[in-house]
Design a protein around this ligand. Structure first.
Ligand code: AMP
Length: 593
């Protein structure tokens, strides 16, 4: 049964008392029952407020509202409300480490001298907290402190405890979203309809809205909660399996995609505006102006929700870079322009959840991918996740190696069956990830021979962007490629490159060079450079030790960097050998925890 009308507003003390009881149980059922009792008495608005407050907030996460109340401000407000000296309150805080308890003890002491306080309604507390959050950290400190002090002044000790804990972000009730959903279902719908409540939450990521809707219109109201651009959808997650045979056994013929190692984003384009959300529903549009720019062009003229992975890219070579380079961009407020220039981020799209009025979440994956590819204009900074469809184990293994040597961290296998819908908020067997369980760390540098070069982009336009590097195989006398080297050069090194290499330039590939890559320029093997890398990996692209460790694969240096030395003391014949690479690979295999 849902709300039928209740004229007397709920007091905040009811919520605070329920929190006391919730705090003393670890049982999900009991927590849900306590919340259910509150929902049964609440108006739709109150149900919304209870829900947000129980999540420690006054809005859904994706609104990014924060109270921004530091310990110091809380202590000041408690002091103002109780007229107790702040020094003493600080001592109390140092002793018990919980500002909520400090507030409640202070209120008890004050109570002995204060005769009068107006009872606090839930709505009053909620609205005051809302005002505090909208003022954010930027509002005047004095005003914000006064607002808190006013609330505390009218609080009972237990109310003060939870108001302060909420404000400093330490409510810590241990009530997960799923328990709130249980409580909502118990209060407003039948047992069988619980999953519909969860499904509504998964498409709107806003439990307060779900609570309000249920309290107002019951289960039929949920039909109004639909996928819509601007409202992040809870992301679909992967299960994990330890190898390709297991995956193919589970899914049969399926789509395999590179698993990019970056930041998952859900991009919402609506009415010409574009917003980016993380998988935690945090809006990060401001941190990634380049991605917003490139996706706005790619999705121009469409209302759409697409998903992909943001990955930093070497602006000169186009190579994928380790994810840590992106972390420079997150949470950054200052120097963003420089960060965008130094660590440009590309997005590799892999799904489409909404397009021009149509909800695609219940559509099978192949159709979603088709919609994605036919709508998005790939271009600068926007590409589609590399993908194949196969049931062939050898082909899948090769694709996996290719992902690793290109900077990926494995593959994600995706069902292409008719039931392969986008399961918002769920981890399931429709998507299965497979990451490497071994890595071969490089603890030593190697001396590699330059055999080719690729034209530069960005700052290196008109010059060499990356060099094709090889080892020597003394038993065949041939040079076998191991990596594309573009990082680690400073401006002086770069300026030197043409001088160093142009004397060795050839019209076509040297006969002694084995390469599957087509370079833009070829050189006779002569110049040796010291190179350091993150690790050695199997690669279907490179020819070093091809077929020796795995059929169809060679060895490659992942994330290579010029170590600073051109080994003019070494001739091409003195470069690191194929056997040495194989030895290094075998000796350095390490299990990944
Ligand atoms: P994990 O974080 O290890 O659980 O792996 C799942 C994450 O892999 C997703 O949340 C995405 O951020 C990321 N990912 C990278 N490439 C893909 C892809 N092609 N399809 C789906 N997820 C991907």
């Amino acid at each position: 049964m849902y709300y039928l009308g209740n004229p007397s507003p709920m007091d905040y003390s009811e919520l605070a008392c329920a929190y006391e009881s919730i705090g003393s149980t670890a049982k999900r059922l009991e927590m849900a029952a306590l919340l259910e009792a509150l929902f049964r008495k609440a108006t739709p608005d109150e149900a919304r407020m209870i829900t947000y407050l129980t999540q420690g907030s006054v809005a859904p996460d994706f609104k990014g509202l924060e109270f921004g109340v530091a310990e110091k401000m809380a202590l000041r407000a408690i002091g103002e409300a109780t007229r107790l000296p702040e020094d003493g309150l600080l001592e109390d805080y140092k002793r018990n480490g919980d500002l909520g308890v400090v507030a409640s003890e202070a209120m008890s002491r004050k109570r002995q001298t204060s005769l009068y306080a107006t009872p606090l309604t839930l709505a009053r507390v909620f609205e005051s907290l809302q005002r505090l959050a909208s003022a954010g950290g930027g509002g005047s400190q004095d005003l914000r402190t006064k607002l808190i002090a006013e609330l505390l002044h009218d609080s009972s000790p237990v109310e003060a405890k939870y108001i302060v804990r909420t404000l400093v972000g330490k409510l810590r009730l241990g009530v997960a979203a799923m328990s709130i959903i249980d409580a909502l279902a118990q209060a407003y719908v039948t047992k069988e309809q619980r999953d519909e409540v969860e499904a509504a939450y998964n498409v709107c990521s806003d439990l307060g809205l779900v609570a309000f809707t249920l309290a107002k219109d019951g289960i039929s109201g949920l039909a109004s909660i639909r996928v819509s651009p601007g409202t992040p959808i809870r992301v679909m997650l992967c299960e994990r399996l330890p190898g390709i045979p297991d995956i193919l056994k589970k899914l049969g013929k399926c789509a395999l995609e590179y698993k990019y190692d970056g930041l998952r984003i859900q991009a919402h384009s609506s009415g010409g505006k574009l917003a980016l959300y993380t998988r935690q529903m945090e809006e990060v549009s401001a941190q990634f102006p380049d991605v917003v720019g490139s996706l706005s062009i790619a999705l121009k003229g469409h209302d759409a929700i697409v998903e992909g992975e943001c990955v930093p890219v070497d602006q000169d070579t186009g190579d994928l870079l380790p994810f840590q380079t992106v972390s420079h961009r997150r949470g950054r407020k200052y120097g963003l322009d420089a960060a965008v220039k130094d660590f440009p981020v590309h997005v590799f799209l892999f799904d489409c959840l909404y397009l021009d009025g149509k909800d695609f979440t219940s559509v099978p994956f192949p159709e979603r991918r088709k919609a994605l590819m036919s709508t998005v204009r790939g271009g600068d900074g926007v590409a589609f996740a590399q993908s194949i469809v196969t049931d062939d184990e050898a082909e899948a293994e090769r694709f996996f190696d290719q992902s690793i040597s290109s900077g990926g961290e494995g593959i994600v296998a995706k069902s292409i069956a008719p039931e392969s819908v986008y399961r918002a908020g769920a981890r399931g067997w429709l998507w299965i990830k497979y990451k490497r369980d071994y890595r071969s760390e490089m603890i030593d540098t190697v001396d590699l021979v330059v055999v080719g070069a690729f034209a530069g982009r960005g700052r290196r336009a008109g010059s060499y962007g990356a060099l094709l590097m090889a080892v020597r195989n003394p038993s065949t006398g041939r040079y076998e490629t191991v990596t594309k080297l573009g990082s680690g050069f400073d401006d002086a090194n770069l300026a030197e490159l043409p001088k160093l290499l142009d004397g060795h330039k050839l019209k076509s590939r040297d006969k002694s060079v084995d390469s599957q890559m087509k370079a833009d320029a070829w050189f006779e093997p002569a110049v040796v450079m010291e190179v350091v890398g993150a690790e050695l990996t199997l690669s279907p692209v490179h020819t070093c030790a091809r077929d020796r460790l795995r059929k169809g694969s060679g060895l490659a240096v992942r994330f290579p960097r010029f170590a600073g030395n051109v080994r003019s003391d070494k001739k091409a014949e003195d470069a690191t050998t194929t056997d040495e690479m194989v030895e290094m690979y075998r000796a350095q295999l390490k299990k990944i925890e």
